[in-house]
Write a protein that binds this ligand. Structure first.
Ligand SMILES: Cc1ncc(COP(=O)(O)O)c(C=O)c1O
Ligand SMILES: N[C@@H](CCCC[NH3+])C(=O)O
Length: 417
């Protein structure tokens, strides 16, 4: 459930007219709904129930400071994958002691910084990374809490680029080698083994791959207990899908219930790392129609947002709903490829979309709150979009539109001659 809806043919974000927002702040414009973000986060928190748990919002989905700050106010933890994300969390008022640090390539500096800030846990993805964390922790005279990210070899049934739990993926440690890797971790100085982690992919629309994974991980936890290694928390990662088109992903409550059934009365703390499930449908990307290019073979709606603003359609052939910001019943609809101005054939936001629009109208790409702005770039020297967060009748600019000078900030000319 989200708080974007039509009132008298006008699209609203909560009580704000999206056309008014576009007129005020310009386009392309990301618009987020505070009420939707809070509702989705709380759905997870509630779903986890009485069992000790921590929701570690996956910062990569949307790392705007205002978004992170809302999470922090609700008591959220955070899943980070870089020193930059940790800095953002801290800048936004997040609590480092509720941070888990994932990712396959943590640098010594990132590890040291995370240790100095006293993060909750490192999700370690390989033996060489164990060596590195051990070395840095000893150097700092600290003990690093660690989980191993175990790859359970499960087909999450999702797009190959966003599936992470198969043997051939770069992530985690193969489950067959898990016991050995844990024994190694336990033998290293400066490490404190506390957890078990997995993340099998993103945009999962079925419960069964999660359940399959948890069954394998619980068997591993029992095996580790026999070796004297006690696992205090199980981090089940993110990955819960959302409705972009016809998908009917499980609700957080159904997902959590399925996990709880498998866990029975085990006393283990659960960590969740949702990103998309909280943010995707809490945001839209608003764009203006520049030109309609009509021909016998194909119609194009050329809009002012492009693959640099929202890369998911180009990168994954992802389908996101495109709707008019003001419906025009007086116009007849046509089928359009909705494309941006970038010089790439792959620069499209949607193909074969039936729309009743004319030049200068606004359109909105729905479900753009996750992996939208965070994956945007300056390709074709385009300034990145502004971001607005609505809260009831109020709108707050939470990121100014990028200015031209920032496009070459940090660049330098060669000396003359
Ligand atoms: C380790 C890790 N945790 C959490 C997430 C968040 O995933 P999602 O947005 O699918 O919930 C990701 C991204 O897929 C990830 O790589
Ligand atoms: N960025 C991807 C998902 C990958 C998640 C990162 N582990 C998307 O837009 O769907």
């Amino acid at each position: 459930m989200d708080f974007f809806s039509y009132q008298n043919e006008h699209l609203y974000a909560e009580q704000c007219s999206v056309a008014d927002l576009a007129n005020t702040y310009g386009t392309p414009l990301y618009v987020y709904s505070r009420a939707t973000i809070e509702r989705h986060w709380q759905a997870f928190d509630k779903a986890a129930g009485e069992r000790p748990h921590l929701i570690c919002y996956a910062v990569k989905a949307n790392s705007n400071l205002a978004v992170l700050n809302l999470m922090a106010r609700m008591g959220s933890g955070f899943d980070i994958v870089s020193g930059g994300e940790l800095a953002r969390v801290i800048q936004a008022g997040g609590d480092p002691s509720k941070v888990v640090f994932s990712g396959v390539g943590k640098t010594e500096q990132e590890i040291a910084n995370a240790l100095e800030h006293g993060i909750y846990c490192f999700n370690v993805e390989s033996e060489p990374e164990l060596d590195r964390i051990s070395k840095v922790a000893q150097h700092l005279g600290k003990s690093a809490p660690i989980s191993l990210r175990i790859n359970p070899d499960i087909d999450a049934g999702t797009h190959p680029y966003i599936s992470t739990g198969l043997k051939e993926n770069k992530f985690g440690i193969a489950i067959e080698r898990a016991a050995e890797a844990y024994a190694y971790a336990a033998s290293l100085p400066g490490l404190n083994v506390v957890g078990l982690d997995c993340h099998i992919g993103s945009q999962l629309t079925e419960i069964s791959p999660f359940v399959e994974a948890i069954d394998k991980l619980l068997a591993l936890i029992d095996l580790l207990a026999e070796q004297g290694i006690v696992i205090e928390h199980l981090d089940v990662g993110g990955g819960l899908g959302v409705n972009y088109d016809q998908e009917t992903p499980p609700e957080p409550a159904d997902y959590a219930r399925a996990l709880a059934e498998r866990l029975g009365n085990r006393q283990i703390k659960l960590l969740f790392e949702p990103g998309r499930a909280i943010m995707a449908n809490a945001g839209i990307l608003v764009s203006k129609v520049e030109f309609l290019k009509i021909s016998e073979s194909k119609n194009f709606a050329i809009v002012d947002a492009a693959m640099n603003d929202l890369i998911r359609p180009s990168l994954y052939s992802a389908w996101q709903r495109i709707v008019p910001v003001i419906k025009r019943p007086e116009l007849s609809s046509r089928s359009y490829d909705v494309v941006g101005p970038i010089c790439e054939t792959g620069d499209f936001l949607g193909k074969d979309r039936e729309l009743a629009i004319q030049a200068d109208d606004y359109i909105a790409v729905r479900s753009s709150g996750a992996y939208g702005f965070t994956m945007s770039s300056n390709y074709n020297s385009r300034c990145r979009a502004a971001e607005v967060m609505v809260d009831g009748e109020q709108a707050h600019l939470v990121r100014k539109r990028e200015e031209l000078v920032s496009l070459w900030a940090g660049e330098a000319l060669l000396p003359e001659g």
